[in-house]
Design a protein around this ligand. Sequence first.
Ligand code: APR
Length: 243
Amino acid sequence: MLGELEMVKAMLGGERRVVVLTGAGVSAESGVPTFRGRDGLWRHHRVEDLARPDAFAAHPERVWEFYNWRRRLVGGCEPNPAHMALAAMDRQIPNFLLITQNVDGLHTRAGSLRVLEMHGSLWQVRCTVCTHAREDFSELPDMPECPVCGHLLRPGVVWFGEPLTPGVLRLAVAEIGKADVFLSVGTSGLVQPAASFCQLAKEHGAVTVEINREPTPNTGLMDFALHGPAGDILPELAVGLGE
Ligand code: APR
């Protein structure tokens, strides 16, 4: 009799449409702290209290200090076997989309091509006043200024209370609506809209799979729950796909 992992693996073959949602847990084994639980504090501040427009308006220097710290930290991290396995799936599964809530860019560094970064990227910066926006991997000053108009730049990430970039949610919902298999990897399932993607996938008839170190509020919606480190489970799912 096949185990759960073999059953999930069998469903990733053929012409099946696969959508994967990832969260901070997929980068945990690279050394990037997750948002909730014991990792979720930066110098006694909750991440949710920093990643918000009102915090940036009140204390831009503190919020930039946090993001510059995070850019340095992530810049020193490498993609782990979970990222590599998802990049391998991208190459081997014809109908595939990776939707990530992560802003660390590690999926792209691992070689994933079809990635939707729904919360933006640490490596994007944009002006708070004019339309200037750029990708920037360099060490930034404490309070970086726009080279066009001189006003303050901000990180190109989506903060709590901000809408997603237009089109991103529409694309994610459209692809989930067509998916045969929906994998939710390393996300606590607490932050909308991603938290509702599993329900959406199920309503449209997809087989739902959770890969997480522990159960989440969405576990009850899953057809399969594979509990363990993503860096162990995903390589087992990816090996031999497409052969
Ligand atoms: N393998 C698999 N799962 C893991 C691992 C691992 N090695 N390590 C941690 N996890 C799981 C945890 O059990 C938890 O369910 O990853 C999840 C991380 O949850 P969060 O820290 O809440 O991260 P995420 O779900 O991505 O948060 C969503 O919230 O703060 C905002 O915008 C931020 O994108 C983020 C969003």
